[in-house]
Design a protein around this ligand. Structure first.
Ligand code: PLP
Length: 402
């Protein structure tokens, strides 16, 4: 026990005190604790694929270790990986970048944190459409800027309209954050929708941070369209992506960023004085992932699509649940406000935090309450779980709200 009274308040900076703990981690920790106690938990709270890392990727890492590839690398990433990233952008996204426009970081998270640190300071505003990925507003605050949250609706498939964007812009607007496919809603902006949003900001000295982490996980005939495809936006769009979700490599910590060279150089500088290069062995593994046979990506995408179809039908048949059809990623985000005000297990459901707690503690189903994503009427369910687990979860949820 410390002898100092209230050390947090006395010594911690406003920067860290104003941050919130990641809610997704909190509920996962609670679910893990209950699992460790022997409870039969069905967890739909994970933010990572349930598949293993492909074997060719594992073998490349083992070969790297055996070859002694275990030292510092170039801060911005090994040339071989940058080449593979340039080729990936061309192959999958029809984007042309030079190697000096790429930096490799410790996960998509670090690419984004570096970008906000490089571009934001006090007084700057960053437009973040809600529901948002939990870390966007916190990263913006950590960089001393102010997140401006724009609430989207189920009727618009949780996508921001050009009118909403126009209304959110002020002389202080520095960045617009786009995340398509979205965590947590699974929404994907069509080419037309991206073009219409870009028309609003073109010529106004506003950057677009485009988080395309789930670009390879899209369903039906949907194809994601990067704002970096628009020639007029070339100097203003920064694309963040990584191998975490596409190749089930969340623990390897490899993300990458592409954009104007001056900004990549700034991120390089920040990274050189904070973490240095991303893990050398994982960089070799990422080369194998990006350059190897892509068949496994399609196989897994197709499996996620089946699960999405199942979850969409099943959740919409539960009284009080309303959900949009996710077009990408591996999350579904029902509006559960239809059960608010009702009493279950002696507790009145006031918001989705109550719903998530009830589902976890009484029916042993782990989900994430939507307030973590700026949407207190929703619940996030991840379908990165086997169909058998999803069916079990749905049976329990159905029972819970009978
Ligand atoms: N961006 C989005 C939208 C995400 O959902 C995630 C992970 O959950 C990340 C970025 C971060 O990915 P990484 O694990 O590579 O840091």
């Amino acid at each position: 026990m410390s002898n100092i009274l209230n050390p947090e308040e006395k010594y911690l900076t406003r920067r860290v005190l104003s941050m919130q703990e990641s809610q997704t981690m909190r509920i996962s920790n609670l679910a893990n604790k209950m699992k460790a106690e022997g409870k039969d938990i069905v967890s739909l709270s994970a933010g990572e694929p349930d598949f293993p890392t492909p074997d060719n990727v594992n073998q490349a890492a083992i070969a790297a270790i055996n070859a002694g590839f275990t030292r510092y690398t170039a801060n911005a990433g090994i040339p071989e990986l940058k080449k593979a990233i340039v080729a990936k952008f061309k192959r999958d996204n029809s984007l042309d970048f030079q190697e000096n426009q790429i930096i490799v970081s410790n996960g998509g998270k670090q690419t984004l944190a570096n970008t906000f640190l490089a571009l934001c300071e006090e007084g700057d505003e960053v437009i973040v459409p809600a529901p948002y990925w939990v870390s966007f507003p916190e990263m913006v605050r950590l960089a001393s800027a102010t997140p401006v949250i724009v609430h989207t609706t189920l009727e618009h498939e949780y996508k921001m309209t050009p009118e909403q964007l126009e209304a959110a812009i002020t002389p202080k607007t520095k960045i617009l954050v786009l995340n398509s496919p979205s965590n947590p809603t699974g929404s994907v902006y069509s080419e037309t929708e991206v073009r219409n949003l870009m028309k609003v900001i073109e010529g106004r000295e506003i950057f677009v941070v485009s988080d395309e982490m789930y670009d390879m996980l899209v369903y039906g005939d949907v194809r994601p369209f990067s704002p970096a495809r628009i020639p007029a936006m070339k100097d203003w769009v920064i694309v963040s992506n990584g191998v975490s979700k596409t190749y089930a490599m969340t623990g390897w910590r490899i993300g990458y960023l592409a954009g104007p060279k001056w900004l990549i150089d700034a991120c390089d500088k920040i990274q050189s004085q904070t973490t240095s290069n991303a893990n050398a062995i994982a960089q070799k593994a990422a080369v194998a992932a990006l350059n190897g046979d892509q068949g496994i990506v399609e196989e897994r995408r197709a499996e996620f699509e089946k699960r999405r179809d199942y979850m969409y039908e099943a959740l919409n048949s539960i009284p009080g649940f309303k959900t949009a059809l996710p077009m990408g990623a591996f999350y579904i985000f029902p509006d559960v406000s239809g059960v608010f005000g009702q009493t279950f297990n002696g507790v009145v459901m006031k918001d989705s935090a109550d719903v998530a707690e009830y589902l976890l503690k009484v029916h042993f189903v782990a989900t994430v309450p939507g307030d973590a994503f700026g949407a207190p009427e929703n619940l996030r369910l991840s379908y990165a779980a086997s169909i058998a687990s999803l069916e079990e979860a749905i049976n329990r949820i159905r029972r819970a709200f009978k």
